[in-house]
Design a protein around this ligand. Structure first.
Ligand SMILES: Cc1cc2nc3c(=O)[nH]c(=O)nc-3n(C[C@H](O)[C@H](O)[C@H](O)COP(=O)(O)OP(=O)(O)OC[C@H]3O[C@@H](n4cnc5c(N)ncnc54)[C@H](O)[C@@H]3O)c2cc1C
Length: 415
């Protein structure tokens, strides 16, 4: 059966973390919004921690607070961290960031991706003008006079503004004829949950090893494992090395991990399966086309070594919502081309800088040459002494920036 195309203002393809937040922000403005996602409805996690987790910055925290999403989270599964330690495995350089050095209580928060998706889905249920369809994989989108026609199975929707929030392999991007700009980072990432003999003390750790960076991210306390004794790991490296690590017996894997981490967390043990993700960086040649915008991983994918991907996506969503609000508020269309161009201008440069910074770190810490090792360890010791550069690094990691959307700031009205 083919339905008559509904008349909707905005159709968002993809109800992941980026698309979900955008939907809530646009629905708050009273616009008619449809979200189409190919996956089943997200559910609140219970039991062992999920493998896919994200570190959220201060800017993301305020976005979620100011849009009424944070209150839908189960706080027993959210772990704030107030310190961040970065060191070079074969050197003497180390940087330790503390929240109080930048006048904050937390440097960030760690939570499961599925958990945030479920909280967004719950918040979305508050809006009668937001129609969120699950199990609705979009299989075509075509530009027609006055808008886009989007199809999922035997249903179709008419959109004044079509948003691609459909992740790294975005089909919306393809349908708009925008190049995805893929580039192999040369790394794969292994994720797993581990237990530690010593508490993580709400500290996020990152060690740069010869084979690539290893992040140890503090997970919420699980009554089975004890107070602060679980971490989520993201171990990146060359594909052969990561495949080897995945195949090792759990005890041998833990021994390799121990060699990398040293005694910072006492004895470590593997608690979960290991999952591996190829890291293909992308940057779309444009974030916008006539009546269309790309957000989140559909627009850019960066190396996960500093845990910034979701955070950039949430800022894309907030800036796009802000520009749409400004256009509609002054009597223009939600797909106004000047508004879309401003969205692109505000986000593309920032995302590009972050992507290049991640490439730079990957390259710098992948060098074996003695002079480079000496330089980076000296640099780390120097940064660690404090001063403006250390505060600048911490501020960047927390998502503090000059052009933040209003909802990403603590002083947002109604906060
Ligand atoms: C190992 C690893 C660790 C990471 N750690 C961090 C971290 O600590 N912090 C951080 O900020 N980022 C991190 N990232 C990056 C982060 O996971 C991504 O940036 C983020 O998931 C992107 O969210 P998104 O909503 O844009 O896209 P996605 O999460 O990919 O969501 C896309 C959505 O679109 C839907 N979809 C796709 N195609 C269609 C279609 N045709 N029709 C309908 N629906 C469709 C999918 O079902 C999905 O729900 C990490 C990435 C990796 C690989």
């Amino acid at each position: 059966m083919t339905e008559q195309p509904d008349s909707q203002h905005i159709v968002i393809v993809g109800g992941g973390m980026t698309g979900g937040l955008l939907a809530v922000l646009l629905a708050e403005q009273g616009l008619d919004v449809t979200v189409l996602d190919g996956a089943p409805a997200p559910v609140m996690p219970s039991g062992p921690a999920q493998l896919r987790v994200s570190t959220l910055t201060e800017a993301s925290y305020w976005l979620l607070q100011n849009s009424g999403v944070w209150e839908h989270l189960d706080m027993s599964r959210v772990q704030p961290y107030d310190a961040m330690q970065v060191w070079d495995q074969d050197g003497t350089g180390e940087v330790l960031f503390r929240a109080e050095e930048v006048g904050a209580q937390s440097l960030g928060w760690l939570l499961e991706n599925g958990h945030l998706a479920a909280a967004l889905y719950r918040r979305a249920a508050d809006f009668a003008n937001l129609d969120w369809r699950c199990n609705a994989a979009v299989d075509s989108a075509r530009r027609e006079e006055g808008g886009w026609q989007v199809r999922a199975g035997d249903q179709s929707w008419q959109a004044d503004l079509l948003v691609g929030a459909d992740g790294a392999r975005s089909r919306v991007r393809d349908w708009a004829g925008i190049s995805g700009g893929a580039r192999d980072s040369g790394h794969h990432a292994l994720v797993a949950t581990i237990s530690t003999a010593l508490p993580h003390d709400a500290c996020a750790r990152q060690v740069f090893m010869e084979s690539g960076p290893l992040a140890l991210l503090p997970l919420y306390s699980d009554p089975q494992q004890g107070e602060q004794r679980q971490c989520s790991i993201v171990w990146s490296g060359w594909p052969e090395r990561i495949a080897q690590l995945r195949e090792k017996a759990p005890a041998d894997f833990a021994a390799e991990l121990q060699a990398g981490v040293g005694d910072a967390l006492g004895e470590v043990a593997l608690l979960s399966d290991r999952a591996v993700f190829p890291i293909q960086e992308r940057h779309a040649s444009s974030y916008v086309a006539a009546g269309l915008a790309l957000v989140g991983d559909a627009a850019h994918v960066i190396h996960p070594l500093a845990g910034q991907g979701v955070n950039l996506g949430l800022l894309d969503a907030a800036v796009l919502a802000e520009e749409v609000e400004r256009a509609v508020g002054s009597g223009r269309s939600c797909a106004d081309s000047a508004a879309l161009a401003r969205y692109q201008r505000r986000r593309r440069g920032e995302n590009l800088i972050m992507q290049n910074a991640m490439r730079g770190f990957q390259h710098l810490f992948g060098q074996r040459a003695l002079p480079v090792r000496w330089l980076r360890n000296t640099g780390m010791r120097w940064v660690n002494q404090g001063g403006p550069l250390k505060r600048l690094f911490a501020s960047q990691a927390m998502g503090r920036g000059a052009d933040l959307p209003a909802r990403a700031r603590p002083q947002y009205p109604g906060a």
